[in-house]
Design a protein around this ligand. Structure first.
Ligand SMILES: CC(C)(COP(=O)(O)OP(=O)(O)OC[C@H]1O[C@@H](n2cnc3c(N)ncnc32)[C@H](O)[C@@H]1OP(=O)(O)O)[C@@H](O)C(=O)NCCC(=O)NCCS
Length: 119
């Protein structure tokens, strides 16, 4: 969270004075040519999932990306995380590719699914 400020903010969802989810925008790549693109990240507390919190957070991140003048938002989703893919599709993201077997955990290869939304 500390690394997020200015054009690369973090947002939190609060319910009854408790944080139930958070999201952030990060630089996509270090090189200046990619400065108009950001990568999003969203997390909702396990007992508050499926209630629309993720959608609220991601809609707000896309809105902030637009306000801050970014052109593209990328989501890189590890493994076959159906909830995250469904969330991003619901927020207007389109599948642009799958990086196959680029990660490895507990003896298994991991794919990274990439979705994108232009803002
Ligand atoms: C992915 C995650 C953020 C979704 O948050 P959420 O609050 O449960 O999602 P929402 O309730 O806002 O649902 C948003 C959309 O995704 C769909 N969805 C959510 N969970 C789903 C699931 N398990 N399977 C299928 N669809 C799902 C909903 O139907 C909804 O679509 P709709 O608006 O068209 O009905 C949450 O599951 C999570 O924190 N997972 C662990 C961390 C993670 O994977 N983060 C993503 C890394 S980018």
């Amino acid at each position: 969270m500390r690394g997020h400020a200015g054009a690369h903010p973090a947002v939190v969802a609060v319910e009854a004075e408790e944080v139930v989810g958070y999201g952030s925008l990060s630089p996509y790549r270090d090189r200046p040519a990619y400065a108009t693109t950001v990568e999003d990240s969203v997390f909702v507390r396990a007992d508050r999932r499926g209630l629309g919190v993720g959608r609220l957070l991601l809609d707000e991140l896309v809105r902030l990306a637009s306000v801050h003048g970014f052109h593209a938002v990328i989501a890189r989703i590890v493994g076959h995380n159906d909830a995250s893919i469904a969330l991003h599709r619901a927020c207007g993201f389109e599948l642009v590719g799958v990086e196959r077997e680029v990660g490895r955990k507990f003896g298994r290869w991991l794919d990274v699914v990439e979705l994108q939304r232009l803002v």
